[in-house]
Design a protein around this ligand. Structure first.
Ligand code: PMP
Length: 422
C-alpha cells in the first residue's frame, strides 16, 4: 500500500477509498470463481472485476483466442475481418443492433450515443434518472453524487432538479434528472420540454445503487414517449448486456431502444465496448454527420475475446443456471438475515443482485437506497472478506457461469456467521 501510494494517485482501488474497506486489495491472479491476493489468500469472488468476468477469471477459451489472434499483429478498427464477424454476431443477438461501432469502454460508448441522439433530433438535452451511472466523462459526472438536503427534503412529485453541482456558476447542465420508475413524471416533463430533449438514457435495471428492476410497463412507457416525441431511447446495458441474457435487457424485457451500449461482459474483461443502434440513428456515423474515432478501437485481442466469450455463452447457455444460482443465493441471504435478526433487503433478477440493510420491503428509486445503513453494509462486506468471500462494497453480487452450488452454499453459511457479529 505504501509503495502504491508513492506512485499511484490515491494508491488503492476506489472500493477501498469509498467504503472505508479495512483492507487494501491487491491481487496476484484469478482463476474461475477464485481470486488470490498478494499474501497468498484465496477468495471466492462475487465481484468479477466489477462485472465483466461472466465466464469467471482466466477462461481458457478466451485466453486461447486472445493469444492466437494477437499473433496476427496489432490490427485495429476497419482493418480486420473479425471486427466484421463480431458486428454480425451482435447484429444477430441484440434486437436494436442494426449498425454498430466499437469503443474501448462503456463511458466512451455512452458519449457516442449522446452525439448520435443530438445529431438525429437536432436537440440538446438528455433526460436521465437518479442513481443511474453512465460513466465518468465530464457531462455525466454532475448527477451521481448524493442529492442535496433540499432536494431530499420532499418526496412530493413532481420533483425535478436539474443537476448543476460542480459546474461553474452560470453553466447549464446537459441533464434533466428524474426519479427512476415514475412514468407519469417522465410524461409530464417530456410534455413540457420535448423540444429540448434529444434522448432519455436509462439503465434497464438500475444496478449502480442497489439493484432495482423497472416496474412493469416502465420501459415500454419510455419507449412510447420517445417514439411520440422524436427522442432517442438509450439503454445503457453496460451491466445488463450479456449478463441478463445474450440479447441484453432489451431481449429480457422485450423493449427495443434506438441506441444501446454494451461493455463489461461482452469480452470477459478485455477493453471493448459497442454502441449499437437502429439503422436510421447509426447511419449518421456512416454518413460522417457524427464523428466517432479512437485509435485503439476494435483492436484484435479484444475482438477475439468478445467472439470467444459469445461462443462459450452460446454453447453452454449458462443464463438459466446463473439465474437459478443467483436466486438461490438471494433466498439464502434472506434466511440468514432473518435468522440473525437483521433487516436486510435483497433485490435483483439473480445474475446480479444487491443487498442493503433497511426495513423497506422493496426499493422504488435511488432515494430509497439512501435510507439504508451503509456503515453496517461496510462491516458485512469486510467480514465476508475476512472469511474469504469478495462482494462489491456497495452490496452488489455478480454470479458467473462458473459459480457452483457449493459456492452458493458456502456464501450463505459464511454470511450467517458474519451477520451474527456485525
Ligand atoms: N454505464 C453503466 C451502467 C456502468 O455500470 C458503467 C461502469 N460501471 C459505465 C456505464 C461506464 O463503463 P466503463 O467503466 O466501461 O467506462
Amino acid at each position: 500500500l505504501e509503495r502504491a501510494r508513492k506512485v499511484l494517485a490515491s494508491g488503492v482501488s476506489s472500493e477501498f477509498r469509498k467504503y472505508n474497506h479495512p483492507h487494501a486489495l491487491f491481487y496476484t491472479h484469478g482463476k474461475g470463481s477464485r481470486i488470490y491476493d498478494v499474501d497468498g489468500n484465496e477468495y471466492l469472488d462475487f465481484t468479477l472485476s466489477q462485472g465483466p468476468l461472466i465466464l469467471g477469471h482466466s477462461h481458457p477459451e478466451v485466453l486461447k483466442a486472445v493469444g492466437e489472434y494477437s499473433e496476427t499483429g496489432q490490427l485495429f478498427a476497419g482493418q480486420h475481418l473479425k471486427e466484421i464477424e463480431l458486428a454480425e454476431k451482435l447484429n444477430e443477438l441484440i434486437p436494436s443492433a442494426e449498425l454498430m461501432r466499437f469503443c474501448l469502454d462503456g463511458s466512451e460508448a455512452v458519449q457516442t450515443a449522446f452525439r448520435v441522439a443530438r445529431a438525429k433530433t437536432g436537440k440538446n438535452k438528455f433526460l436521465r434518472f437518479e442513481g443511474h451511472y453512465h460513466g465518468w466523462m465530464d457531462n455525466v459526472c454532475w448527477g451521481i453524487s448524493a442529492p442535496s438536503p433540499e432536494a431530499l427534503g420532499s418526496r412530493e412529485k413532481p420533483h425535478v432538479f436539474p443537476w448543476t453541482q460542480g459546474l461553474p456558476e452560470g453553466v447549464e447542465n446537459d441533464f434533466i434528472i428524474l426519479p427512476w420508475n415514475d412514468l407519469s413524471l417522465v410524461r409530464k416533463i417530456v410534455a413540457e420540454r420535448a423540444a429540448e430533449i434529444a434522448a432519455i438514457i436509462t439503465e434497464p435495471i438500475m444496478c449502480n445503487n442497489g439493484c432495482i428492476e423497472p416496474i412493469p410497463g416502465f420501459l415500454q412507457g419510455l419507449r412510447d414517449i420517445c417514439t411520440e416525441n422524436n427522442i432517442a431511447l438509450i439503454f445503457d446495458e453496460v451491466i445488463t448486456g450479456f449478463r441478463i441474457s445474450l440479447g441484453g435487457a432489451q431481449t429480457y424485457f422485450g423493449v427495443t431502444p434506438d441506441l444501446s451500449i454494451f461493455a463489461k461482459a461482452i469480452a470477459s474483461g478485455y477493453a471493448i465496448s459497442a454502441i449499437v443502434g437502429k439503422y436510421e440513428w447509426m447511419q449518421l456515423i456512416e454518413q460522417a454527420k457524427v464523428i466517432h474515432a479512437g485509435t485503439m478501437n476494435a483492436n484484435n485481442p479484444t475482438v477475439a475475446a468478445a467472439l470467444a466469450t459469445i461462443e462459450v455463452l452460446e454453447n453452454e447457455q449458462p443464463h438459466e443456471n446463473m439465474i437459478r444460482l443467483g436466486r438461490k443465493l438471494m433466498e439464502g441471504l434472506r434466511s440468514a438475515a432473518a435468522a440473525t435478526g437483521h433487516a436486510m433487503l435483497v433485490e435483483g433478477p439473480g445474475p446480479m443482485f444487491a443487498i442493503s440493510f433497511t426495513s423497506l420491503k422493496k426499493t422504488a428509486d435511488y432515494r430509497d437506497t439512501l435510507m439504508a445503513d451503509k456503515a453496517k453494509l461496510g462491516r458485512f462486506i469486510a467480514g465476508m472478506h475476512d472469511e474469504g468471500i469478495r462482494v462489491i462494497g456497495r452490496g452488489l453480487w455478480y454470479i458467473s457461469a462458473v459459480h457452483k452450488d457449493e459456492d452458493i452454499d458456502r456464501a450463505v453459511a459464511t454470511a450467517e456467521k458474519v451477520l451474527k457479529n456485525i
